[in-house]
Design a protein around this ligand. Structure first.
Ligand code: BGP
Length: 471
């Protein structure tokens, strides 16, 4: 780009989640979360107790190294930093009356450290880390009881951090409850035994909890900006056959359903039809409809990793192995080492779709390339990673973001996923790396935990310092 199209004050930064990098899983009063019994990612059932092979128990030890890490983020020039609060640090079991002071103090220290460098915290309240006790005793978000526990938790942290944090996200990728009920919703019933009724009812509880959190937040501090967070995935028809176009639309609607309710405050007509056809009858408690309608979000945030190709006759095609929500292998796109199809233009499409649909500010809070990095000695004698593939990926995506801004999209910011290497959510491994900063820890748990700047570190630093002009 010869001149920047990114607005003044654009929030450049990076994103993480507590369970994937903090470690210290049982320190200072923290209770267990669902992640502490998920050593193998989403496809394998949870273990009874935490096991040593679970990389998340130590993570990348951010809990003890946050000063060093935030300093590196500041060196890159981050304007914002997305992290989550581990609910089980604040309410170790999730249902007790009083919070854990040591947990609250930890996030005070983290946010203070960010603010010291002028970095605005962007905080996810629930990022795949429901307290395990709530999962085991209540069946997680399948139970309406979770709404009350969540309200208590968010009220506590909103009050505590009201002068430190302005931007909040209620639930990470809320639509993922349908695909990963234990990880995303703390639902202990095995997936095969869950009906769609159960799943959509659980989502309803989260949507009501999100609206309630939005209400509480605005009462505590009217300046708070509350966002929803959805996993975004545009869908393309495999052919111009109208039946394929319709199949693609239906797939997209399965995702829009969530943002529609967050932003417009009511279930859309197509959802009512879908539920009728599937025999789903959502149990609305008294006041739910009003709460949803009156407490819509201030902005829409989303993760973007890939698009999906759809047809009415899916069985006749090769399925896109690796694509998180399924779909057909798109012959026009390349794939990452994990089979995730790479589609920068899809990001422009998704931005325009959201903007046209809602006319509310947008925030890209996850995007990036998971890759197998190799640590080598750089020209200056320091260890580094020559990650030109990551630079290319991010550059192509950001150029499309620039196009979307030129299209008229109102975008608040962009945070790359896993700005420092962390444990992967789907595979629970460390070898799927996203960071600008390499962390010396391997899938077998070995490593010094030392941090090294990758080539992309300086590249991103320049993108930020030129407000995107260097792209
Ligand atoms: C999103 C999650 C993140 C993150 C990312 C990358 O779905 O919100 O927690 O992990 O995906 O996925 P993975 O780690 O599986 O590569």
């Amino acid at each position: 780009m010869t001149e920047t199209v990114f607005p003044k004050g654009f929030l450049w930064g990076g994103a993480t989640a507590a369970n994937q990098y903090e470690g210290a899983y049982n320190e200072d009063g923290k209770g267990l979360s669902v992640q502490d019994v998920m050593p193998n990612g989403i496809t394998t059932p949870p273990t009874e107790e935490p096991t040593e092979d679970n990389l998340k128990l130590v993570g990348i030890d951010f809990y003890h190294r946050y000063k060093e890490d935030i300093k590196l983020f500041a060196e890159m020039g981050f304007k914002t930093y997305r992290t989550s609060i581990a609910w089980s640090r604040i309410f170790p079991k999730g249902d007790e009356a009083e919070p854990n002071e040591a947990g609250l103090a930890f996030y005070d220290a983290v946010f203070d450290e960010c603010l010291k460098y002028g970095i605005e915290p962007l905080v996810t309240l629930s990022h795949y880390e429901t307290p395990l006790h709530l999962a085991r005793e209540y069946n997680g978000w399948a139970s309406r009881d979770l709404i009350g526990f969540y309200e208590r938790y968010v009220t506590t942290v909103f009050n505590r951090y009201k002068d430190k944090v302005k931007y909040w996200l209620t639930f990470n990728e809320i639509n993922s409850v349908l695909h990963a009920p234990f990880m995303s919703g703390g639902i202990s019933t095995p997936k095969e035994e869950l009906s769609e009724q159960d799943l959509y009812q659980a989502v309803h509880h989260e949507l009501v909890a999100s609206a309630s959190a939005t209400k509480i937040a605005h009462e505590i501090n009217p300046d708070f900006q509350i966002g929803c967070m959805v996993l975004a995935m545009p869908a393309y028809p495999m052919t111009p056959n109208p039946e394929d176009v319709l199949a693609a639309r239906k797939f997209e609607n399965n995702n829009f359903l969530f943002s529609d309710i967050h932003v417009r405050g009511e279930y859309p007509g197509y959802a009512k039809r879908l539920f009728k056809e599937k025999g789903i009858d959502i149990d609305f408690a008294e006041g739910d409809a009003e709460l949803l309608k009156e407490n819509t979000v201030d902005f829409i945030s989303f993760s973007y990793y890939m698009s999906a190709a759809m047809a009415h006759n899916m069985e006749e095609y090769d399925s896109g192995e690796g694509n998180i929500m399924g779909g057909i292998n798109n012959p026009y796109l390349e794939s990452s080492e994990w089979g995730w199809q790479i589609d920068p233009v899809g990001l422009r499409i998704v931005l325009n779709d959201f903007w046209d649909r809602y006319q509310k500010p947008l925030f890209i809070v996850e995007n990036g390339l998971g890759a197998k990095d190799v640590l080598v000695e750089g020209a200056d004698g320091e260890m580094t990673v020559e990650d030109d593939y990551r630079i290319n990926y991010l550059k192509q995506h950001l150029q499309q973001v620039g196009e979307a801004i030129k299209d008229g999209v109102d975008l608040m910011g962009y945070t790359t996923w896993g700005c420092i290497d962390l444990v992967s959510a789907s595979t629970a491994q460390l070898s799927k790396r996203y960071g600008f900063i390499y962390v010396d820890r391997n899938d077998d748990g070995s490593g010094t935990l030392n941090r090294y700047k990758k080539k992309s570190f300086d590249w991103y630093k320049e993108v930020i310092s030129t407000n995107g002009e260097s792209l």
